[in-house]
Structures are given as structure tokens and as C-alpha cells.
Design a protein. Structure first.
Length: 608
């Protein structure tokens, strides 16, 4: 969940490390620290709060170190304090470790190490790694790391340096992502490739139970059994400009406005101009299995789970195949039934979500084929799936997902059309279905041009304590997503419900101080949702409606209307969520919240 950057090369390591870790601040953290070997001595500095606090501690000091590691921590074991911040060192202060993940048996290991005379300074699970490596160190750092990790249960992405083997970084991975950046006579180890992007686009992704050794003039990867591995070097396709704000106040606002182009990118090359057929290159070798598919299970978390719900409605309506959407965090703990012919679709922006990764491993163990929908090329979920579809929307930096959500729905729509052709080849593709998705980017742009309406609405409701979001059919997942966006970044309590469920409990909350957002577009459930609006109106609730352009009737019944262009019911969620993203964003800004780095949240949830 946190950030790791390691550097070894000819440049001054401290400067490179601080620049790199700043590029990972978006991931969420509450403390930071750096360790480097300077004149044969381990230097370690830590700070609570932002990386800027760490910079103050080393400002103006001309360090010459060429080897070092840096970390941003999001507290799990122990509060965000100086002692609990990474890096952690051994008793002698000669070995330093940074770690993402959770050591599940750390209490047991700590008790053994304390009996052997080791002294601990923190409440963290990570510190046991430093002492274990110290215990096994006999002159070679990677050997000590391998021996130490044999004792460990849990997940880790670690980077280790030592004054006793000073021209070296050792990194290892199990369940927490690490990538090796290969530069010109310099090497990086990072939890996110954006940290090394200013220096190199060439990366190697470590697999689980794999170790990397970086020295000044070469690198090598090996298994935990010390067997050399040979990895493919991959090139990052996006550039440094794509992880800058580009004149916007926040990454989130930039990414909201990027959605027209992002969805064009997600569709590019995937719709044949003559036939209108969908071409998904990552599925070419699995069309036989897709034709034979009898049931689909979608596993995801958070925003991706909401996109999965939209995908369920699409696939069941248009392909006529049963679909279930599961919280990945619950999937493997209830002994799910996976029958022959079951396809499991894993949706994850980062491709590193720990719960989703665990779910697909459970599904594979039970015999399912795995299809991934991810944004990050080379991510663990993408590599472990049998086949997959990338979003191709560029990096999403804001913690609250926006463009990934609409791109996931877009890709699910393309997949649905593809499945229609595979399962029902004699049914002609409808040109209007293809044209509908192709017109979506321009319709999003139209909504973005009316942003001032969302700004004005935000001013009215920014001090509200509670919100209710209601939708039916395809717009029920949008209600969930709108509520999630608001609570993620503005810290206003919000809940999303199917509109008909309101009278089964939530209606008790409605009074003059309760704003209620209805997604009430002109679809098959329109008449029913008008009745739900009347129920809220009768109880004095403030009513905000997302409605279809041209619907003059609804404005007479509600307090505020935000219009979106007309499209098919299936694609309405892509449009109806845009005003809700903007409303949440502007309310959060007006409340003084840190929009891109909301409290307690991290961009990639890589621990269970």
C-alpha cells in the first residue's frame, strides 16, 4: 500500500530517492524515512507526516552516497510515529529494511529473536525482518535475506541495504509488487514504476518468491532457492508528462477531464470499422473457452466492484449468461462453487489489489479460467490471468478512481458485444450499439462543459453531514459509486441504495437536512423512480436529480436538476457518474480536504 524506492548508481542517491518517493506520495502514507550508506556508515532519517518533513531533516547536507532506500508508510502495525516509520535497522545499525505487506507470524518471530538477545525499537511487524537478516548474515546480503525469508509467513515487498555488503541492494517479493528499473549504469527498485520513469522506461517485474540483487554494474534475479531466473525487460509506454498535473489543481480533476480521451484510448483499435465487430487482442487464444462459458463470476473491490455490477447487468441482458459479482475480499473465505465452464473476471485498476489477487488464485485452484481487466501493464493480476483486457488509459494518480471506472465499464461493454458475437454468431451485430459507445466521449465532454453547475451545487451542500444516493437498474451501481466518491474525498457520510429499498429502512433518515441524489434518467425504471422522488419530497428531503436532457417534467418535482445527454440504458452509467464525480470533487475542495490523498486511504491496496 505504501511506497518503496531503492537506488544504486553513479548519481547522488539521496536526491534521486527523494525525487522518486515524491512521485509515490499519491499512494497514501502517514510517515516516511530514508537510509543510505555514507562513508561506510548507515545513515537513517525519518519523519512523521509528508515527505517534505523528511526533506527538511536533510536539507542542505551534501551527501555523496550512491546506494540507498526510501519508504512511505501507511500505518498497520503501530501508530504513525518516528519509531514505527521505515526503514528499520538491526541491533548494530548496519542493516536497513523497507517493507510493504504484512508479516503474519511476526509475534512468534519477535519472541524468538528477543530471547536470542535482539532489542526492538518499534511496534511494527517489519522490524523482525531486519533482525532476522542480521541473525543469518555471514558476509553475503542476499544469502541472509533468503534465509531470513524462509522463516516468514505473510506478504512482502522488501528492499535491503547493509554497510557490511555496501555496494548492493537486495529486494524480494511475495504478494506485494516490486519492479526493477534498468538505467544507464544505474538500477532502481520500486513499488511503482512511476518513481523511476524520469530515468528509465525499461523495467523488469519481480514475481512472487523471487529475489533481485542490484550492484553498481549489473543486476540479477533468482528464486528463493538461489536459482537464476531470466526476465523479460519491458518498456513503459507512457511518459513523465502523464503523471504531472498539467495545469489542473489536483490529479483527480485532471483525470475527470481526461475521460473523453481516456475512453477513446480504451476503444482504439478494438472496433473494426467495416464490420463493427469487437477485436480484443488479449482474448484471441481463448475464444473457444469463451464460447463454452456457462457462467461468469466477477471479483473486484471498491469502485471496480461497482463497475462489475454494471457489467453483470450488461452481460445478463445482452448475452443471456448468468453473472455473479463478488467482493473479492469475501470470495475465497466462503468456499465458492466453481463449476466447469465458469469464467472468473478480475477487475482492478492497479492489477495489484491483494484481495482480488487472492480471489483469482482461489478460483484457479478450483479450476476456473481467469480473465483480467486491469490498467497497469505488467501488473500481477494481469500476469497471473489466463487472458485479459488492458484499459490503456494511462496512469491514474488520484486515490479516488474516476477515469478507471468509466473505462472499466467501456471495456466491459466491448467484452459484452464480443461475447454476443461468440455466443450468438447468427444474430447480427446492431450498428446502433457500436455507434452508441463511440459517441460516449463527446457526450462526456458536453457534461464537463457544464461543470459550473456542479460548483454551484457544491456551494449549497458542502456543509451537509449526510447524503443519500438512489438509483434503479443500471443506475443503482452509479448510486453506490457516487456515494463512495463523496465519502472518500469529502469525508461526508453517504450511502447508496437501490431506490426501491429506500422505504425498507433508509426513509427513516430523510428530513429537511438530508440531501438525496436520484439518478433518474429516461429508462425502463423512470416511472418507478418518479414515485420514489415523491416519497422523499413528501418528507421534506432536498432532492438533486441526474436527468436526461429534454426531461422538463422532472424539474417541477425536485430542488436541483443536472442534465446529461441521452444514450442507451446500458451506457447511461458512464454519463450519469460524471456529475457525481465533479460534485464530490468540488465539495471536497470547498471543505479543505486533501483531494488527491484522502486520509487513511491508499491507491493500491496490496495487503488484506
Amino acid at each position: 500500500m505504501c511506497g518503496i524506492v531503492g537506488y544504486i548508481g553513479q548519481k547522488k542517491a539521496v536526491k534521486v530517492l527523494l525525487e522518486g518517493i515524491k512521485r509515490l506520495e499519491y499512494r497514501g502514507y502517514d510517515s516516511s524515512g530514508i537510509a543510505f550508506v555514507e562513508d561506510g556508515t548507515m545513515r537513517c532519517e525519518k519523519a512523521v507526516g509528508k515527505v517534505a518533513e523528511l526533506e527538511k531533516k536533510i536539507d542542505g547536507k551534501n551527501f555523496h552516497a550512491h546506494v540507498g532506500i526510501v519508504h512511505t508508510r501507511w500505518a498497520t502495525h503501530g501508530a504513525p510515529t518516528m519509531n514505527n516509520a521505515h526503514p528499520h535497522v538491526d541491533c548494530s545499525g548496519e542493516i536497513a529494511v523497507v517493507h510493504n505487506g504484512i508479516i503474519e507470524n511476526y509475534d512468534y518471530l519477535k519472541s524468538i529473536l528477543e530471547r536470542e538477545g535482539h532489542t526492538f525499537q518499534s511496534e511494527t511487524d517489519t522490524e523482525v525482518l531486519a533482525h532476522l537478516i542480521e541473525k543469518y548474515f555471514q558476509g553475503n546480503l542476499e544469502t541472509a535475506v533468503m534465509e531470513a525469508l524462509k522463516e516468514v509467513e505473510g506478504t512482502y515487498g522488501i528492499a535491503v541495504i547493509s554497510t557490511k555488503d555496501p555496494q548492493k541492494i537486495v529486494a524480494a517479493r511475495k504478494g506485494s509488487p516490486l519492479a526493477l528499473g534498468i538505467g544507464n549504469k544505474e538500477y532502481f527498485i520500486t513499488s511503482d514504476v512511476s518513481a523511476s520513469l524520469p530515468h528509465t522506461r525499461d523495467v523488469v517485474y519481480l514475481d512472487d518468491n523471487e529475489l533481485a540483487v542490484l550492484t553498481m554494474d549489473h543486476y540479477e534475479t533468482k528464486t528463493m532457492q538461489n536459482i537464476r531466473t531470466y526476465k523479460k525487460v519491458e518498456e513503459i509506454s507512457w511518459n513523465i508528462d502523464m503523471i504531472e498535473k498539467g495545469g489542473y489543481e489536483h490529479f483527480m480533476l485532471k483525470e475527470i477531464h481526461e475521460q473523453p480521451q481516456a475512453l477513446k484510448n480504451a476503444m482504439r483499435g478494438r472496433i473494426e470499422s467495416n464490420s463493427g465487430l469487437i477485436k480484443l487482442g488479449g482474448l484471441i487464444n481463448y475464444e473457444k473457452e469463451l464460447r463454452a462459458c456457462k457462467r461468469i463470476v466477477i471479483v473486484a473491490c471498491g469502485t471496480s466492484w461497482h463497475a462489475g455490477l454494471v457489467g453483470e447487468y450488461m452481460l445478463e441482458e445482452l448475452v443471456r449468461i448468468p453473472v455473479e459479482v463478488e467482493y473479492a475480499s469475501e470470495f475465497r473465505y466462503r468456499n465458492p462453487v466453481i463449476e466447469e465452464g465458469t469464467l472468473v473476471i478480475a477487475i482492478s485498476q492497479s492489477g495489484e489489489t491483494a484481495d482480488t489477487l487472492a480471489a483469482i488464485r482461489e478460483a484457479r485452484h478450483k479450476g476456473a479460467k481467469i480473465l483480467s481487466i486491469c490498467n497497469v501493464v505488467g501488473s500481477t493480476i494481469a500476469r497471473e490471468a489466463d487472458c485479459g483486457i488492458y484499459l490503456h488509459i494511462g496512469p491514474e494518480i488520484g486515490v479516488a478512481s474516476t477515469k478507471a471506472f468509466t473505462a472499466q465499464i467501456t471495456v466491459l461493454y466491448l467484452f459484452t458485444l464480443h461475447m454476443m458475437h461468440l455466443k450468438h454468431p447468427r444474430v447480427p451485430m446492431h450498428d446502433d450499439m457500436v455507434k452508441a459507445i463511440q459517441s460516449i466521449p463527446d457526450k462526456i465532454q458536453t457534461i464537463l462543459e457544464s461543470e459550473e453547475e456542479m460548483v454551484n451545487l457544491a456551494r449549497i451542500y458542502k456543509d451537509s453531514e449526510h447524503f443519500l444516493y438512489l438509483g434503479r437498474g443500471y443506475n443503482y451501481p452509479v448510486a453506490l459509486e457516487g456515494a463512495l466518491k463523496l465519502k472518500e474525498i469529502s469525508y461526508i457520510h453517504a450511502e447508496g441504495y437501490p431506490a426501491a429499498e429506500m422505504k425498507h429502512g433508509p426513509i427513516a433518515l430523510i428530513n429537511k437536512d438530508m440531501p438525496v441524489v436520484f439518478i433518474a434518467t429516461k429508462d425502463g425504471a423512470y416511472g418507478k423512480i418518479l414515485n420514489n422522488i415523491e416519497e422523499v419530497k413528501a418528507r421534506g428531503g432536498k432532492i438533486i436529480v441526474i436527468a436526461t436532457e429534454g426531461d422538463d417534467q422532472i424539474g417541477e418535482k425536485v430542488d436541483h436538476v443536472l442534465y446529461i445527454p441521452k444514450t442507451s440504458d446500458t451506457l447511461t452509467p458512464i454519463l450519469s457518474v460524471i456529475p457525481l464525480q465533479l460534485l464530490a470533487y468540488h465539495m471536497a475542495v470547498m471543505r479543505g480536504c486533501d483531494v488527491d490523498k484522502p486520509r487513511n486511504l491508499a491507491k493500491s491496496v496490496t495487503v488484506e
